[in-house]
Design a protein around this ligand. Structure first.
Ligand SMILES: *Cc1c(COP(=O)(O)O)cnc(C)c1O
Length: 413
């Protein structure tokens, strides 16, 4: 559920007409709904009520300070993948004590930063990384709390670029290796084993692979506990999918039922790392039509959002619905909606049926709250978008549009 609805033909974010935001701030602009963000967080919390758990919002989905601040206020923790993300969490008032740190390439500097900050645990992805973390722990004189990220070798049945749980993936370690590494860690003075972790992929829309993966990992957790490891956290990662067009992912309640059944009797505190499910449908990206262009074979609509602003269509062939900010009457025609970036892959929507817009018409690119702004770049020397947060009838700019001077900050001619 989200809070983007038409009121007399005009698309609103909560009670604010999107046209008013575009008028005041310009385009491209990301617009988020506080009510939707909050609702998503609370629905997941309610689904796991009665089970000791911690929701660690996956920062990479949308790392804007105001979004992090909102989840921190809700009592959430964070799943980070870099020292930069840790700094953002701290700047936004998030608690390092509720933060877990994943990723295959943590540097010793990032480990030291995170250990000093007092994070909840490191999700370690290789034997050499474990040794590096042990060295950092000994250097600082503190045992670094860690979980091993295991690879359950399950096909998440999602796009290959966002599937992480196959044995050919760079993420995690195989089960047998994990068992050997926990055993080795007993003698490592800079480490303390506190949990077990997995994450099988993103935009998961089927319960079956989740069930298989989490059951396997829960089995390993039980066996490690029996061997005397003092583990308390079972981190099952994120990945719950959302509806972009006609996908029917499990609801948070169905997801919770699947998970809770699989982890029964582990006695663990569950860690959940949802990213997309919390923010994806809580944001839209406003864009303006620049030109219509007819060729002998096609009709193009050229808009001012490029692949630098939202890379998902170009990177994953992802589908984003396009809604006119003000409805226009007419018969839909088939168009390709393209951005201004000089790449053939800069196509926002291919062969889409739309009522042909006029120049200067506004569209909302729907479901753009996750992996939108956080993956944006300045390619083609395009300053990055502004971001706005709506709350009821109020709204405010939470990130100013970049200026051209920002583009060359730190450069020397
Ligand atoms: C990206 C990521 C997540 C979040 O994935 P979503 O699909 O956005 O829920 C969670 N955990 C880890 C380790 C990740 O890399």
């Amino acid at each position: 559920m989200n809070h983007f609805n038409y009121v007399r033909g005009s698309l609103h974010a909560e009670q604010v007409p999107l046209a008013a935001i575009a008028e005041a701030v310009g385009t491209p602009t990301y617009v988020y709904s506080t009510a939707t963000l909050t609702r998503h967080f609370r629905v997941v919390t309610e689904a796991f009520q009665g089970t000791p758990h911690l929701i660690c919002y996956s920062v990479k989905a949308n790392s804007t300070l105001a979004v992090l601040h909102l989840f921190a206020k809700e009592g959430g923790g964070f799943d980070i993948v870099s020292g930069g993300e840790l700094a953002r969490v701290q700047r936004a008032g998030g608690s390092p004590g509720k933060t877990v740190f994943a990723g295959v390439g943590k540097t010793p500097e990032e480990m030291e930063q995170a250990l000093a900050a007092g994070i909840l645990m490191f999700n370690v992805e290789s034997a050499e990384e474990l040794e590096a973390l042990d060295a950092v722990g000994r250097k600082v004189g503190r045992r670094a709390p860690f979980a091993l990220r295991v690879n359950p070798d399950v096909d998440a049945r999602t796009h290959r670029y966002i599937s992480t749980g196959l044995k050919t993936s760079k993420f995690g370690v195989p089960f047998e290796e994990a068992v050997a590494l926990y055993a080795r860690s007993r003698k490592m003075k800079g480490l303390s084993a506190v949990g077990l972790d997995c994450h099988i992929g993103s935009q998961l829309t089927q319960a079956a692979p989740m069930k298989v993966a989490i059951s396997k990992v829960a089995g390993l957790y039980r066996s490690l506990k029996e061997q005397g490891y003092p583990l308390s956290y079972l981190d099952i990662g994120g990945g719950l999918g959302i509806t972009y067009s006609d996908e029917t992912p499990p609801s948070p309640a169905e997801y919770a039922r699947t998970v809770l059944k699989a982890v029964e009797d582990t006695g663990s505190t569950l860690i959940l790392e949802p990213g997309r499910a919390l923010v994806g449908n809580a944001g839209v990206l406003l864009t303006r039509v620049l030109y219509r262009k007819r060729t002998p074979t096609k009709t193009f609509v050229v808009v001012d959002v490029g692949m630098n602003d939202l890379i998902r269509p170009a990177l994953y062939e992802a589908h984003h619905a396009l809604q006119p900010v003000v409805k226009r009457r007419g018969k839909p025609v088939e168009v390709d909606v393209v951005g201004p970036v000089c790449e053939s892959s800069d196509v926002l929507a291919r062969a889409r049926a739309l009522v042909l817009p006029q120049q200067d018409d506004l569209y909302a690119v729907m479901s753009a709250g996750a992996y939108g702004m956080s993956m944006s770049s300045t390619y083609n020397s395009r300053p990055r978008s502004a971001e706005v947060l709506v709350d009821g009838a109020a709204w405010r700019v939470i990130r100013e549009r970049e200026t051209v001077e920002d583009l060359w900050r730190g450069e020397r001619a």
